[in-house]
Write a protein that binds this ligand. Structure first.
Ligand code: C5P
Length: 219
């Protein structure tokens, strides 16, 4: 039996990619599977938390029916959904791979292939986690970072800039790590601590992350 170590806590998790519409049939997206976020949701629920999972398009399924799943498509929808619950959560974990930019205008009709070149103007999407950080009152906020250079420096920079309590760095340089795999290799940073973990299944990584969150909540 699992100890209900998150009993009484409400945990909100964002997961998966976002899709940003170009026209009625096309979008800009990314290869995020949603596995890390869904694993975190299952593990947090096992530990007794009330779990709100806000996911972009993902083929992942849940075994635990007590998890409250909200499916969204775009970054703007994800932001709006997060803030329906934000005041009432204790822990927020942003594992979604949110698209940084979205088409400025969504074409009403399917874009025809007429010209040799097609330009789609993109505008910056809202930073969901940064907005959560700016509006933080009591929530414990966890972000993810996926970096290709100056990894630790960039991760720690995001911890500060987004007003987070903890950041999970996954290295693209590590074989088997990253957002499409079943495994992940992480480092965790708080303002004062650093922990490195071995390559593990995302289920095991979820346990490490939540163990670390719990250790911080006890401080
Ligand atoms: O700035 P960067 O995209 O590298 O930050 C990654 C972290 O911020 C992740 O936790 C991700 O879920 C979150 N994020 C977000 N909204 C965005 C971009 C990133 O919530 N628009």
């Amino acid at each position: 039996t699992v100890e209900k170590s998150l009993d009484g806590k409400t945990v909100l998790i964002t997961a998966g990619p976002t899709y940003e519409a170009i026209d009625p049939v096309r979008f800009i997206g990314n290869h995020s599977s949603g596995k890390m976020g869904f694993s975190l949701a299952e593990e947090a629920s096992k530990r007794g938390a009330k779990v709100i999972l806000i996911s972009g398009p993902s083929s992942q399924t849940l075994t635990d029916k007590s998890i409250e799943l909200h499916k969204v498509t775009s970054a703007k929808e994800m932001l709006a959904k997060v803030f329906e619950f934000y005041d009432k959560i204790d822990i927020g974990i942003a594992s979604a791979a949110v698209a940084d930019y979205a088409p400025k205008d969504i074409a009403k009709e399917k874009i025809k292939k007429n010209d040799e070149n097609l330009t789609i103007e993109l505008v910056k999407n809202p930073d969901i986690l940064k907005t959560m950080g700016e509006n933080k009152t009591h929530q414990f906020l966890v972000g993810f970072a996926l970096e290709t250079q100056n990894e630790e420096e960039n991760a720690k920079g995001k911890l500060e800039k987004k007003n987070l309590d903890m950041i999970v760095l996954n290295s693209l340089r590590d074989e088997g790590a990253g957002f499409k795999n079943d495994t992940n290799k992480i480092k965790i940073f708080t303002k004062t601590e650093k922990r490195e973990f071995d390559l593990k299944s995302k289920g095991e990584v979820a346990k490490d992350i939540l163990n670390f969150v719990e250790s911080q909540l006890l401080k």
